[in-house]
Design a protein around this ligand. Structure first.
Ligand code: SDX
Length: 432
């Protein structure tokens, strides 16, 4: 329901007064459309980090940072995490509605029959050093998909866009699992069509040819829920990277590889690995105050990993679900007294009472508890961000498809506030 807002905002400066149209979203702040500002006023807006800037129109995901609410196509994340499945969430993000039973079966069948990689792609893995970070391998192999799947790189062919979408969702688990297997020096385990999506990924990671490997349903359910919690999140850094790459008409595999690269950063998707390493470094609850002080010290670059968020100024709803899941999974695995979980819970308790964190509205985010579950499931910390990338591929490709179909989409080309040298002539080296 459109709120009662003025049709225009007026920007006045010097002898100029410019009327800019306003529009109202379904949810969230009204927007001032500045697309004609430069043409009419010969000025730019300045917003490094895009703290006050909407880069696009989207109908996929909505976050209310003050309420701590996350909706995928209008459905609250806690309901989807409890009642849905990752592949059903993929369908919802891509096509906009929850599937019927028949639609879900058809979608699942299509994904299942695209999980294999072109056999020649195994050579890419073998070109990396064994100690390469799995994210380096995932980034490289996803980009290399554009060298193998030429029949789904034409972005103006709706059928090829659809095939690329299914291939990416289907093959990311295989690529991530094989990056892990290569890293630990074990043979690749091929996908199996008799296993569901999360079971297949766990099986490809932990099975070995020498013996039968049964996937624990507790772990596959937790894995599927972790995928759902990480699937999409509005215009975060990596999604914005995918959209910007897509705006140049790059093929979908190149765009998703760009998203993988951006996600790797410890300020973004790399935070789950950094957070668990931080919790391990803290080690015991008596050392927590020392780290809280480090996090508050402006002179110290240390930050509390897994805490804070550009949008959430309340609890990240995913962190709440993840915390419940950690208790459930570790309890079912008989390791509820996991020291890292105890440190995390005490760190959260102390930080949330601290004036600094309260004043800056810093709460645990999705990365604070996810690493504890993944660690308990047997994944090394280096696999935490590849798992994030696997799940976020659903959001990235949904946002990419939305962007390609948007008639108002143009190549992304921000301007700048130039503070460099004024015009000057070249000085020969003999005169310098
Ligand atoms: C993800 O965007 C998304 O949606 C991302 C994501 C997704 O699903 O795609 O949710 C996934 O990336 C989650 C965030 C994971 N990153 C971390 O956990 C790393 C630790 N967090 C910080 O680096 C930071 O909170 C960010 C990067 C997440 C947010 O940074 P902002 O919005 O740019 O905020 P800021 O850096 O300007 O911080 C505001 C203030 C600063 O103090 P002042 O300069 O105002 O004095 O809060 C402080 C910061 O120093 N602060 C922290 C802190 N986070 C912010 N101080 C200590 N520890 C922290 N974790």
């Amino acid at each position: 329901m459109a709120k009662d807002i003025p049709d225009t905002a007026t920007l006045s400066f010097g002898d100029k007064s410019i009327n800019l149209p306003m529009s109202s979203p379904t949810l969230g702040p009204d927007v001032v459309d500045i697309r004609k500002l430069y043409a009419q006023g010969d000025v730019f807006t300045y917003d490094p980090g895009f703290t006050s800037t909407a880069s696009c129109e989207s109908a996929i995901t909505y976050i209310d940072g003050d309420k701590g609410e996350l909706l995928y196509r209008g459905y609250p994340i806690d309901q989807l995490a409890e009642k849905s499945s990752f592949l059903e969430v993929c369908y919802l993000l891509i096509y906009g509605e929850l599937p019927s039973a028949t639609e879900l079966t058809d979608f699942t069948t299509r994904v299942t029959h695209h999980t294999m990689l072109h056999e020649q792609m195994t050579n890419f893995f073998r070109g990396f050093r064994r100690d390469a970070h799995p994210m380096a391998i995932v980034c490289g192999v996803v980009g290399a998909m554009s060298a193998f799947y030429h029949d789904s790189t034409d972005i103006y062919d709706p059928w090829q866009r659809e095939v690329a979408t299914i291939r990416l969702i289907a093959k990311l688990p295989t690529i991530c699992a094989w990056a892990y297997k290569y890293h630990v020096g074990q043979p690749f385990i091929y996908p199996r069509n008799d296993l569901n999506y999360a079971e297949n990924f766990i099986h490809m990671c932990f099975a070995v040819p020498a013996t039968e490997f049964k996937v624990d349903p507790i772990l596959s359910k937790a894995m599927d829920r972790i995928f759902t919690l990480h699937a999409d999140h509005e215009q975060n850094a990596s999604t914005s990277t995918v959209r910007l790459a897509g705006s140049s008409q790059a093929n979908p595999f190149a765009c998703i590889a760009a998203g993988v690269a951006c996600l790797w950063g410890p300020a973004h998707g790399g935070a789950n690995q950094a957070c668990l390493e931080m919790l391990r470094e803290i080690g015991t609850v008596d050392r927590i105050p020392e780290y809280i002080e480090k996090a508050k010290d402006k002179a110290d670059p240390f930050r509390l990993m897994g805490f804070g968020h550009r949008v959430y100024k309340n609890f990240d709803p995913r962190a709440n679900v993840m915390k419940e899941s950690a208790d459930e999974v570790l309890g079912l695995m008989g390791i509820e007294d996991n020291p890292t979980l105890q440190v995390a819970k005490e760190l959260e308790r102390i930080a949330l009472q601290d004036a600094y964190f309260k004043e800056k509205k810093l709460y645990p985010n999705v990365d604070f508890y996810s690493g504890i579950i993944l660690d308990a499931m047997g994944f090394p910390t280096s696999m935490f961000t590849p798992i994030f990338a696997l799940a976020r591929t659903a959001g990235w490709i949904s946002q990419w498809k939305e962007m390609i179909a948007d008639p108002s989409q143009k190549i992304g080309r921000p301007r700048q506030l130039y503070t460099g040298a004024p015009h000057r002539d070249y000085v020969p080296v003999s005169e310098r």
